[in-house]
Ligand binder design. Structure first.
Ligand SMILES: Cc1cc2nc3c(=O)[nH]c(=O)nc-3n(C[C@H](O)[C@H](O)[C@H](O)COP(=O)(O)OP(=O)(O)OC[C@H]3O[C@@H](n4cnc5c(N)ncnc54)[C@H](O)[C@@H]3O)c2cc1C
Length: 412
């Protein structure tokens, strides 16, 4: 018997395949033109206010697009073929993302947590049952995942969490409360970390699971942010049953599982570069100065230069950290650098626009591109907290990247 082995696809041939798919299924964006001051949307919000109907419509559009992309062979380019992946290197993913950005495709925000954090954790630590049930369905956009880590008494000190899971034969019974769960309102599954041995040291008595968000005993209540949006929730678990085949990793080894997710989270938040592009681009900020007649102001010019310089530095630093992931390794503590530099640059932008706009930032006089920035300034604190606070990122960088001595514990 003779076997024929197909030659590996080149990036050029792959790019051609991508273009054929996108030409047939999406519209090409107009050649990127610099946004004219006063024209188009001046929305620069983070955690924007929207109705549940608007939000659901966005989720449905995102799902429909992901469905098409997956069936065309681009939904999980680097993933194992067993779950519908193409088993290609990350450079093919970059080719796809770069070409897709030339087309007007529905935003994929609802999948950020599920695909950026939960799915990689299921792949690394899930049972075959969980992988078979969820991986293809997640990448195909059939189901959405959320991250059930934080609790009212456990955020930065995540290992202090108290939601308990008690074994009952081949099942676990989960009782407790999670908080700040982004996207729980439209999620189908969640990655939950529970306490399974209350007598063990706190990092040792935890176990991870995949929980069905539609199971009896799960209750999701929205929390409203100061931007007006309600993107996160409180989630209550009242004797929710989870099969042992939905366990992630070994019993009482949930800390390792949580770390896999957290490093992917920091990579997902910070890894896109220094992040302050698009509506927050230096060009747009410079336009703002010109239109306010403040482009000769030395302090504002200095601050704008500062935003530019730090954005460039952050992007180079990120590229070094991301090289590790591109080489196929798990994201490590270096990912905290990307997360911290992103939020520090956002802070610089907030500081710049607050000084440039002055009272226009807080009083809506109808002028385009002025009061709208208050939404961004109010959203940035959330970014500094989500996925690990700035202070916690500094501790991780100090201790685990730079090898500095551990921070002394607070005085008793
Ligand atoms: C927009 C948003 C979305 C989120 N989405 C999710 C989600 O989907 N799932 C989820 O599980 N969680 C989510 N979170 C929760 C987030 O992970 C926690 O808020 C975060 O880990 C901080 O925990 P905390 O709020 O309990 O604050 P705390 O840990 O109580 O911190 C309070 C303050 O103390 C400081 N601090 C704490 N420990 C130290 C230390 N060792 N050294 C120095 N300073 C310290 C902190 O920096 C902070 O300023 C989200 C949060 C936000 C804002």
């Amino acid at each position: 018997m003779t076997t024929t082995q197909s030659a590996p696809i080149t990036e050029e041939a792959f790019a051609e395949e991508v273009r054929v798919f996108l030409d047939a299924n999406a519209t090409r964006r107009q050649v990127e033109q610099k946004q004219e001051w006063g024209k188009g949307s001046d929305n620069v919000s983070l955690f924007a206010e929207k109705t549940r109907d608007e939000e659901q419509a966005e989720v449905e559009q995102a799902k429909a697009w992901r469905n098409k992309v997956f069936d065309a062979g681009f939904g999980w380019i680097t993933g194992p073929s067993q779950y519908g992946g193409r088993e290609l290197s990350a450079s093919f993913q970059r080719v796809y993302s770069a070409i897709e950005s030339e087309y007007a495709a529905p935003p994929q925000g609802p999948f950020g947590i599920g695909l950026g954090m939960v799915a990689p954790t299921i792949l690394a630590h899930g049972t075959d049952t969980a992988k078979d049930l969820y991986l293809r369905a997640m990448y195909r956009g059939e189901i959405v995942g959320c991250q059930l880590f934080s609790e009212p008494g456990a955020g930065s000190d995540l290992a202090g969490l108290q939601t308990k899971a008690v074994r009952d034969g081949e099942e676990w019974i989960v009782t407790g409360q999670k908080v700040w769960t982004s996207g729980a309102q439209y999620s189908d599954i969640g990655e939950i970390i529970c306490r399974t041995d209350p007598d063990a040291p706190k990092h040792k008595g935890l176990t991870g699971f995949v929980v069905d968000m539609h199971a009896p005993g799960v209750e999701v209540r929205p929390l409203r942010q100061m931007t007006g949006g309600a993107s996160f929730n409180e989630v209550f678990f009242n004797e929710v049953r989870i099969g042992d085949d939905h366990r992630l990793g070994d019993v009482n080894e949930g800390w390792t599982v949580a770390l896999t997710t957290l490093m992917n989270e920091r990579a997902a938040i910070g890894g896109g570069g220094a992040g302050v592009g698009g509506s927050m681009s230096v060009e747009r900020l410079a336009d703002m100065l010109r239109h306010l007649g403040k482009d000769k102001d030395p302090v504002l010019r200095q601050k704008l230069a500062d935003v530019y310089i730090n954005t460039r530095i952050a992007s180079y630093t990120n590229q070094r950290a991301m090289a590790k992931i591109k080489a196929g390794q798990l994201p490590g503590p270096e990912m905290s650098i990307g997360k911290l530099t992103l939020t520090q640059n956002m802070l610089r932008v907030a500081d710049f626009v607050s000084l440039a706009l002055g009272p226009k930032l807080v009083a809506d006089d109808g002028e385009w591109g002025t009061f709208a920035w208050s939404q961004l300034v109010m959203g940035i604190p959330g970014m500094r907290v989500a996925g690990g606070t700035d202070e916690v990122m500094r501790n991780i960088i100090g201790e685990r990247v730079l090898g500095l001595p551990k921070e002394p514990p607070p005085a008793k």
